[in-house]
Design a protein around this ligand. Sequence first.
Ligand SMILES: Nc1ncnc2c1ncn2[C@@H]1O[C@H](COP(=O)(O)OP(=O)(O)O)[C@@H](O)[C@H]1O
Ligand SMILES: [Mg+2]
Length: 283
Amino acid sequence: MLLAENIQVGYGSKIVIQELNLTIAPGQITTFIGANGCGKSTLLRTLARLLKPTAGTVLLDGRDIFKRSTREVAKQLALLPQTPYAPPEVTVRQLVRLGRYPHGRWLGGWSDRDEQAVQEALAAMKLTDLADQPVDTLSGGQRQRAWIAMTLAQETDLLLLDEPTTYLDLSHQLDILDILRELNRRHHKTIVMVLHDLNLAARYSDVMVAVHQGTVYTQGKPEKVMTPETIRAIFDVECVVIPDPVAGTPLCIPIATRNHEVGEDAGRTQEPAQARHALELAR
Ligand SMILES: Nc1ncnc2c1ncn2[C@@H]1O[C@H](COP(=O)(O)OP(=O)(O)O)[C@@H](O)[C@H]1O
Ligand SMILES: [Mg+2]
């Protein structure tokens, strides 16, 4: 469905993504993990046709995404950026209506179909009662739901979300992830997202993609990707991975960051006493 073939992407002369190949499996939840600045947002924006690769191609349903119109692509794929911006005073309903833009016709205005899509998106995100409230007066969790409602109103098969849970407290993180899982399982949306919480990523994803220095370090089921070796390689952190006692998915317990100091200890892992103890317990 969505495929990156040997892409290279950058800003000006700076190359951020190189030799990256990726297939997004239809009907699944795929999550990108990786260190700050490794290129996750750049990759997501390239997959959403907002950035043009300097080499390679992005294919959507077998066709080069850059040879198709913005409107056509927007009927198939919606992107929620990392830091979306709504002008002050914009209400939830007005925001969600923007999601209908790609469906607009040249002549004739708002259709019943548009209205229905907006109502459904508001209801799905439990925002019907807040529809006339300005977005900037909402709590963090409500605001994130409003943005997701906007992408839902777009009625696409593919949803791309950049850090949809960042800045939310734990209960609202779970709330958003449960909603996304529901959209995937019940409404068959293909979801591609970036998450920072590795353990929630492992719990909610069918596929994890470990991004490192602008390319895919490894990808696959959470059990394959969440290993001490991969975590060390992409975050420079030593960890123990145990089964999540609730979900059974891999759970990463960080122990220590690797020592970056120059000198005698350079490259050695700091292993405080309690971390050693944890390691022994895990073994
Ligand atoms: N608009 C931009 N102009 C120039 N450099 C950028 C721009 N956006 C991102 N970068 C650079 O590209 C690299 C990858 O950024 P990004 O894709 O945002 O990483 P991530 O989302 O993994 O944190 C970083 O070095 C960042 O500074
Ligand atoms: Mg980012």
